[in-house]
Ligand binder design. Sequence first.
Ligand code: UDP
Ligand code: MG
Length: 314
Amino acid sequence: MNKKLISFVVPAYREEKNISLFYDEFKKTFADLEGKYDYELIFVNDWSPDETWAEILKICEIDPNVKGINLSRNFWKEIALTAGIEHSLGDAVITIDADGQHPVEKIPQFLDSWKEWYDIVYNKRPKTEGATWFKNFSSKIFYKIYNAVSDFKLEEYTTDYRLLDRRLVNNFKKFWEKNRMYRGLTDWMGFKKKALIFDAKKRLDGGSSSYWYKALYGLAVNSLTSFSVFPLKLVGYLGFLMTFIGSILFIFVLIDRFTINSFNFSNITGILLVNTILIGIVLMSLGLIALYIARIHEEVQARPMYLVDEKINF
Ligand code: UDP
Ligand code: MG
């Protein structure tokens, strides 16, 4: 019987202390699976300023199943994941963090669900234990805003610890947008999904996430603009509101002026209101034009998503 190949995609940024710890834990877990599966372990170094790449090279030397991709600059986790997935050959791909927060001992569960017939198996957290108040609060707010304004709803508390069947991976390669959210895109694809509920662990090096604070903001803005054009629509809505309120007030002023005249409005009031209505109409049109421009802008950016500096063991 042919053994199935499982690709593990591990994005790494400032993980010099974690790479070898992660590898050891991974080997321990995979030892039990070796009879059934082959593996390739793809580390994607997201241009870390520390010794992360050197650590990856060391492991590549002793284990030919370990592969390294060094990106040409820091492209952020979403793109690092993409680069790894695009280079993978496995029948299934598992994306997992390098810092140990995604427990490797759950890998067999992912594979079992995959074998059952699921195409996409993802980790969902009951709650983020040990996470700061800020992180819990901000992720809650993020999902609230996101789901309120975007056309496609995201499931809350899911993570990037996921298994994708090759069918999904092949489809994933067709996405070309640069402002991307891995979780959102894989959710969007549909297929047969299963959630595995378990919590994140502490980081192997005991340090704190380098990524969260900068990423939360970037991800929120990116995902808002990539799945919806809400910020642009907002201008249009504002215009609509101004026109609407302006018109009502204008009618009120007209009626009052030509009947009981209780407020004694001057002509200036009327002129101001007509102005407001006109500005509103202009803003509405701007919102509409912005929508078209956004579409065009998304289409014409033909830059590559990422550049690779070096590849090892491919
Ligand atoms: N990461 C990356 N590029 C970045 C930041 C982070 O590839 O610019 C990697 C990081 O090495 C880790 C994963 O993405 O494997 C998640 O990052 P982190 O642990 O900092 O975030 P959190 O645990 O808060 O999701
Ligand atoms: Mg982490």
